[in-house]
Each structure stands twice: as structure tokens, then as C-alpha cells.
Design a protein around this ligand. Structure first.
Ligand code: SAH
Length: 269
């Protein structure tokens, strides 16, 4: 029954035409967080140009005949230059292949997806974008941290700790003054200076903070601390990228719930 429902869903999704490129969000890691459309695209593509961050369990869902082409950046490690990735997408598309560019999370959240579709549009190559679950929201939810809580916040700041060269970094002091929770991507290398600036901008060093590393993968680790101790605790406990950092009172609910449970739930343990 479930097989036939899944089969029907997968076979009635849009079809990738030869020569088209689809930018597909792979979600944060666990294949269970792929969309049906993303899975359907993986089952159709001739070529999958994928980020380093895309989980092997997701790549394993591509057609066995599909060509897997690694691309994209991973902090501090050698990576394929962006121009080369764009060039590859064009070449495969012009050769009449069905191409997917598979990106971690959502293709348009800190993932250079915008630059890639612009380049494709400029070449007249047809494309489509399939959204994915972004790590900044999904990692928090999986760790029982709601990104909005009616009693706490009416907005949230989503920021990168690693701005592109020449783009400067965000004005952390101004962000602190908004008084809204902050969710950081790519911030592990600069946690100390970001926390200092946020505190200089008015956030209390005791503001709750959480780090969720390798969310939804077998390597997932979660740390809950305070803003003032964030960098030192991450260092001490060897928390590394990829990680999402959440700062603000939304973080506290995780502990509140853990305290209520007679037996710690697995994800809260
Ligand atoms: N497009 C992606 C983000 C790409 S930037 C998205 O929407 O999620 C890469 C950063 O995303 C990492 O440095 C980390 O901050 C975050 N990230 C991606 N996958 C993650 C995961 N499984 N766990 C924690 N953080 C993750």
C-alpha cells in the first residue's frame, strides 16, 4: 500500500527535460528530510552536481547510472571554484543531459543558488528551483528549539558568520539591539568575536545559546550554554562545522521540556 502511494507520488512529479538544470535542496542531512520532489529529481537525473555537505545517504538515492560530480565548498578545505561549477552545469545541460545541482539545505539560503540561476539564465539554460528544508530552521526544530515562540519573538535574524570577501560582516551590535533571536550559519570560526560584538551591542552574556552540529546525521551533537561562554565551550568540547548557532530565549524551552520529562527523550538527552 505504502509502496504504491510512494510510487504514485514519485511518478507524478514534474519531469526534468533533457538540457534542463534543476537546483535542488537536499535538506540538512537525513534523507527523511528530502522533499518528494527532490527524491523524484534524484531518480531522474543523469548528472548530480553536489555540494560537499550533501549527506552520502542522500546521494545513494540517485539512479545507479547517474554521474555524481562533487562540487561546492566546505570551510577551510580545498573546493571547486564557483566558476567551474557553473561551467559544469552549462556543459552537461548543453550536452542534453538532465542535470541536478544538489545543495545542502535550501538552495537559496547562503548557498550561492542565486548566483547559479543568474548564470544559467544569462546562458539561456532552462532551470527550476526545488526548495529544501534549511539547516537553520530544521536543526533547531530537530533539537526541540522553536525558531519562533509566541511569548518570546515576533521576528528572527538569520545571518552568516562568514560573509563573502568584500561584503563585510553584519553589524552585530545593531543586530543585538533588535532584541530578537539570532540564528547563525557558518559561524564556528568566528564565534568568539561575534559573541563579543553581540554583548557589546547589549545582549547579556547569560543569554541562552545552542549549537547544533551535523544536525540530523549520525554525528549530530547539541550543546546548550550561554552567549558569554559560547566560544570557549565549543572549543573545549570540540564542536565543529557544519553547525547552526541559536542565540536567544527560544533556546530555553528545550531545557524546560527536558526537565518535565520523567525519562529524557532521545533528542533531549
Ligand atoms: N543552503 C544551506 C546552508 C549552506 S551554508 C541550508 O539552507 O541549510 C553551510 C552552513 O549551513 C554550514 O556551515 C552550517 O552552518 C549550516 N549547515 C548545513 N547543514 C547543516 C547540518 N546538518 N547541521 C548543522 N548545520 C548545518
Amino acid at each position: 500500500m505504502i509502496e504504491s502511494i510512494l510510487h504514485k507520488m514519485l511518478t507524478t512529479r514534474p519531469v526534468i527535460a533533457p538540457g534542463h538544470v534543476w537546483l535542488v535542496g537536499a535538506g540538512p542531512g537525513d534523507p527523511g528530510q528530502l522533499t518528494i520532489d527532490a527524491l523524484s529529481a534524484l531518480r531522474q537525473a543523469d548528472v548530480v552536481i553536489h555540494d560537499a555537505l550533501v549527506d552520502d545517504r542522500v546521494l545513494a538515492l540517485a539512479r545507479p547510472e547517474a554521474r555524481l560530480v562533487p562540487s561546492g565548498k566546505r570551510g577551510g578545505q580545498p573546493s571547486v571554484p564557483q566558476t567551474r561549477t557553473i561551467e559544469q552545469m552549462k556543459q552537461f545541460a548543453l550536452a542534453g543531459m538532465r542535470v541536478i545541482r544538489l545543495k545542502g539545505g535550501d538552495p537559496f539560503v547562503f548557498g550561492r543558488g542565486g548566483e547559479e540561476v543568474l548564470a544559467l539564465a544569462m546562458e539561456g539554460i532552462p532551470f527550476r528551483v526545488l526548495p529544501g528544508l534549511t539547516a537553520g530552521i530544521a536543526a533547531l526544530a530537530a533539537a526541540t528549539i522553536p525558531i519562533t515562540l509566541r511569548s518570546v519573538n515576533q521576528a528572527v535574524v538569520i545571518a552568516t558568520g562568514h560573509a563573502a570577501e568584500g561584503n563585510g560582516s553584519p553589524d552585530w551590535r545593531a543586530i543585538a539591539k533588535l532584541g530578537q533571536p539570532i540564528v547563525l550559519y557558518m559561524a564556528m570560526a568566528r564565534l568568539g568575536s561575534i559573541a563579543e560584538e553581540l554583548i557589546a551591542g547589549g545582549l547579556l552574556p547569560t543569554t541562552p545559546a545552542a549549537v547544533i552540529a551535523s544536525a540530523t546525521t549520525p554525528d549530530e551533537r547539541i550543546l546548550v550554554t550561554e552567549l558569554g561562554k559560547l566560544a570557549a565551550t565549543c572549543e573545549e568540547r570540540s564542536f565543529k562545522a557544519p553547525a547552526i548557532v541559536a542565540i536567544g530565549d527560544i533556546v530555553s524551552i528545550r531545557q524546560q521540556i527536558a526537565d518535565m520529562l520523567p525519562v529524557p527523550a532521545q533528542r533531549l538527552g
